[in-house]
Design a binder for this molecule. Structure first.
Ligand code: SF4
Length: 177
């Protein structure tokens, strides 16, 4: 049987969800028998592949680049999983919403700068006015709650997704960190 193609994507998040994914420890070896990781911050692929079976997405949509990326991920993935509360609700990144991006940039790059205060405008992607969860941009198939979701949540969800078996939502919620 050919392996499923698994991608993990990092939008505006702290990487804690990816760290928790890695906390599956030896269970990652079992997973590696069933899936190929074709795109992820933890592998070297630079371009999102044309056909992905399962995409796990960490983080909220905060910038024009995030928006472009989540639309591409959706267009090329059979199952899109919002992993963690930032992807599901906006969570920590959305705390800037009442303040607005200008004040945030001023604080970070002008007020707190000790040398050469300036707002970066090259390479750094433009921030959206408000941070929003990914389901406000694209259809999400599975929500894995938690900040971060626990390793047991990842294992339960991926076992179901890879085997095609039923996803026990109550178990996922119970396991959630
Ligand atoms: S849900 Fe929590 S652990 Fe995951 S990216 Fe957001 S803040 Fe980090």
């Amino acid at each position: 049987m050919s392996k499923l193609k698994l991608a993990t994507v990092w939008l505006d998040g702290c990487s804690g969800c990816h760290m928790s994914f890695l906390d599956m420890d030896e269970r990652l070896l079992e997973l590696a028998e069933l899936v190929d990781v074709v795109y992820s911050p933890i592998v070297d692929a630079k371009e999102f592949p044309d056909e992905v079976d399962i995409a796990l997405v960490e983080g909220a949509v905060s910038s024009v680049d995030d928006e472009k990326k989540i639309r591409k991920v959706r267009n090329h993935s059979k199952t899109l999983v919002a992993m963690g509360d930032c992807a599901i609700t906006g969570n920590v990144p959305s705390m800037r919403n009442p303040i607005g991006p200008e004040a945030i940039l001023d604080r970070a790059f002008i007020e707190n700068a000790t040398t050469q205060p300036q707002i970066p405008c090259v390479i750094v992607p433009r921030l959206l006015r408000v941070v929003r969860p990914i389901h406000e941009f694209v259809k999400v198939d599975v929500f894995l709650p938690g900040c971060p979701p626990s390793a047991d949540t990842f294992h339960a969800a991926l076992t179901a997704l890879v085997s095609g078996g039923p996803l026990d939502v109550s178990a996922l919620t119970r396991f959630g960190a």
